[in-house]
Design a protein around this ligand. Structure first.
Ligand code: UD1
Length: 421
């Protein structure tokens, strides 16, 4: 297993190109199952999770060709060869559940393994299932699989989500594009990835309104056609790297992005005395000379502060003056980076869903263990602030969601390297 070694203490200067959004791409790829014509996605990120979704789609009979060195994916589900998403693939990635809605809508039947728990919390799929049931599907849970059927097709319905779920919104939205009649989703997720999916579906011929608000209306059509769609920029990759100059000092320009993607983070950074400037090519981030100030942050669905940046922000707050409070409201077990940060010298106390971070702490390099994707990124950021070498083990988590971290950061002057093992 590879590890990454980071040595802190160097300011970072340069530019970083931000890739296509992993989470948008993971929802866009299953949309290919909704049509027998080809769907081409450009600006695709080259990540382990994308390879997993590709393998899953191929197992269903969807042909996937990587073009432009993997930066574009041509997906063609002319026929569906299998309606079964096997445990062997689904267990690797929760987003696999996103094939359920499209398969059911196109084929009238689907068998999808339940994704099961993962390190950051229980994460059930009950909202996905309840939404599809509202559209007229019959569901049965047996042997770890969801058996879904809608032999006479799905019907439009009112679906009111009891709380916001990104995945459930995507799954039901995709299924509703081929249902008879109108579906209205209320308390829908408003994430940019939802907006991106709606735009792609519309390019495929779907009738959708209201994406980006909490009420989305979908009028079903008989069939969807092929399209070419550019995946939006990855706001979590962007937010992660924006924290790097905030932690290490220096100035980095981020290419191909705009501030609307990370508005909640920018508000916090500006309050913490980190400057974020619009440029012709994207955004420039620079730590002002002053100290970073402590803050209170609560994770929330978009447009709130994303849970996927919580671990990375915590790395910055170990360096802030005073006591910061981070409240995690989305996942119940998403502080696993805390003991690792404490091994590096951070002063953090966790009680329930709240972490109190006292800074500035003098961090020292240490061997640490990544527990999940975003935690790994948080530990690398902490390594940039630490004296001496930090070795982050289990980098396969990181490779699920970040393309060549070590290259992007070392080009800005960071002392970081991957050790193959
Ligand atoms: C997506 C993102 C993930 C991000 C999360 C929250 C993808 C591929 N992943 O995950 O990176 O951290 O949004 O922004 O886009 N829940 C239920 N029942 C359900 C569905 C969700 O209880 O049927 C709970 C989850 O356990 C969690 C909360 O709802 O506590 C939000 O989850 P959700 O928005 O669905 O996250 P994902 O779509 O899985």
């Amino acid at each position: 297993m590879d590890s990454i070694i980071v040595s802190g203490g160097t300011p970072l200067n340069g530019e970083i190109a931000i890739g296509g959004a992993k989470n948008a791409c993971l929802a866009l790829m299953p949309a290919a199952l909704l049509t027998d014509e080809p769907l081409t996605l450009t600006n695709a990120p080259r990540l382990a999770d994308i390879a997993t979704m590709r393998a899953l789609l191929e197992s269903l009979g969807c042909e996937v060709a990587a073009l432009q060195e993997g930066r574009a994916l041509a997906l063609s589900a002319a026929t569906i060869a299998s309606r079964k998403a096997h445990y062997d693939i689904v267990r690797k990635m929760r987003a696999s559940i996103l094939v359920l809605g499209p398969l059911l809508a196109r084929e009238g039947a689907a068998e999808v393994s339940l994704p099961g728990g993962c390190a950051i919390g229980a994460r059930p799929v009950d909202l996905h299932l309840a939404g599809l049931e509202k559209l007229g599907a019959t569901l049965e849970l047996r042997d770890g699989y969801v058996y879904a059927a809608a032999p006479n097709g799905l019907r439009g319905a009112e679906v009111a989500f009891p709380f916001v779920s990104v995945g459930a919104t995507e799954n039901v939205m995709m299924a509703a594009t081929l249902a008879k009649g109108v579906t209205r989703l209320s308390n829908a997720a408003r994430e940019p990835e939802i907006v991106d999916l709606a735009r792609c579906l519309r390019a495929m011929g779907a009738r959708i309104e209201g994406e980006g608000t909490s009420t989305i209306a979908i009028e079903g059509v008989d069939r969807l056609r092929g399209a070419t769609h550019r995946v939006i920029a990855d706001r979590i990759e962007l937010g992660t790297y924006m924290l790097a100059p905030a932690i290490a000092g220096g100035e980095i320009e981020f290419l191909g992005v705009e501030r609307g993607l990370v508005a909640a983070l920018i508000d916090l950074l500006e309050a913490a005395d980190v400057a974020v400037e619009d440029t012709a090519r994207g955004l420039k981030v620079r730590r002002r000379n002053g100290v970073v100030r402590a803050m209170r942050v609560t994770t929330a669905p978009y447009p709130g502060f994303p849970t996927d940046l919580q671990a990375q922000l915590m790395a910055l707050l170990t360096q802030a003056e005073g006591e910061s409070v981070i409240e995690e409201t989305i996942f119940e077990n998403r502080f696993m980076h805390v003991p690792e940060l404490m091994r590096m010298g951070a002063d953090i106390r966790v009680k329930g869903g709240e972490a109190r971070v006292r800074g500035p702490a003098k961090l020292r390099g240490a061997p640490v263990m990544a527990s999940d994707l975003r935690a790994s990124a948080g530990l690398i950021l902490a390594g940039l602030a630490a004296e001496g070498e930090t070795t982050v083990a289990r980098v396969y988590h990181l490779d699920r969601g970040y393309e060549r971290v070590e290259e992007k950061l070392s080009r800005c002057g960071a002392r970081i390297a991957r050790v193959r093992g």
